[in-house]
Design a protein around this ligand. Structure first.
Ligand code: COA
Length: 258
């Protein structure tokens, strides 16, 4: 079904692997579209409770947008490419199931941007992050100018965007860009460990967390009002009744995503 990614579901987790190792998993249009399709499938599949996004091999998560694909693009084609990326990356950011980037090497350009669109990032010790677009006469086109300052603050984001410098995993951790740094061989297990904690919580509440936190960064939405609305809506769920009854009766809740 997919040409450039692998998507498999095990124990309630969909693992999406960008699978172009000979191109360091560079993102061409088709690969971006396939990520979008996999996220849509994860949204619809009731068995999927979380998503891990990673790259094939041990050298690169994603070494950026596929430079060979866009090298001869016009203004219109460049704009369309960015719009395509934004649509898919927004679907990752707004996915109702938690999405964790398992960054197993270079996360450059579009790779850094896709990792930033995920809800959390776990880095292998060899991971390197950067937005080198200015070297190509470009700026980031998949949300990097917006999400990098959001995650690490404007000053440092400006520096990385303007110098094209890469930061290693420990520096990325210090900057708040990644949640954890682990040895490469523990990377997926660490992501699964985080997701297994989330799997124990009420799924609708988890989706509402994503929606309300993201509302803070959407200038058209009043995040505080969104919180009031969604907090109220939670009272209409069966899982709220189950969660509160389980607490009062000193037993473990059994959530049904209803
Ligand atoms: N687009 C297209 N192809 C890419 C790519 C990208 N973003 N990044 C790497 N590749 C390809 C290389 O062209 C090479 O292909 P080839 O074997 O057919 O020549 C292959 O992947 C391996 O990359 P190579 O450059 O030989 O590996 P390296 O270890 O010497 O360097 C990087 C690794 C990541 C530092 C280097 O590949 C790089 O700078 N890539 C581009 C990063 C970038 O600018 N990304 C932002 C794009 S907007």
């Amino acid at each position: 079904m997919y040409q450039n990614i692998l998507a498999e579901v095990a124990e309630g987790i969909m693992t999406i692997t960008i699978n172009r190792p000979d191109k360091l998993n560079a993102l061409n249009k088709q690969t971006i579209a396939e990520v979008g399709m996999a996220i849509e499938t994860a949204e619809k599949n009731l068995d999927v409770r979380g998503v891990i996004l990673t790259g094939s091999g041990t050298k690169a998560f994603i070494a950026g947008a596929d430079i060979s694909e866009f090298a001869s693009f016009s203004i219109e084609e460049g704009s369309a490419l960015a719009a395509h990326g934004h649509r898919v990356f927004n679907s990752v950011e707004n996915c109702s199931k938690p999405v964790i980037a398992a960054v197993n090497g270079f996360a450059l350009g579009g790779g850094c941007e896709l990792a930033m669109a995920c809800h959390m990032r776990v880095a292998a010790e060899n991971a390197k992050f950067g937005q080198p677009e200015v070297k190509l006469g470009l700026i980031p086109g998949y949300g990097g100018t917006q999400r990098l300052p959001m995650l690490i603050g404007k000053s440092k984001a400006m520096e990385l965007l303007m110098t094209a410098d890469m930061v290693d995993a420990n520096e990325a951790y210090r900057l708040g860009l990644v949640n954890y740094v682990v040895p490469q061989e523990q990377l997926l297990d660490k992501c699964r460990e985080i997701l297994s904690k989330i799997k124990g919580q009420a799924p609708i509440a988890i989706a509402e967390i994503t929606r309300t936190v993201n509302a803070h960064y959407d200038y058209k939405t009043d995040g505080f009002q969104e919180e009031i609305n969604r907090f109220g809506a939670c009272f209409g769920t069966e899982d709220f009744i189950e969660g509160t009854q389980a607490f009062l009766n000193k037993r473990k809740p059994e959530f049904k995503a209803k």
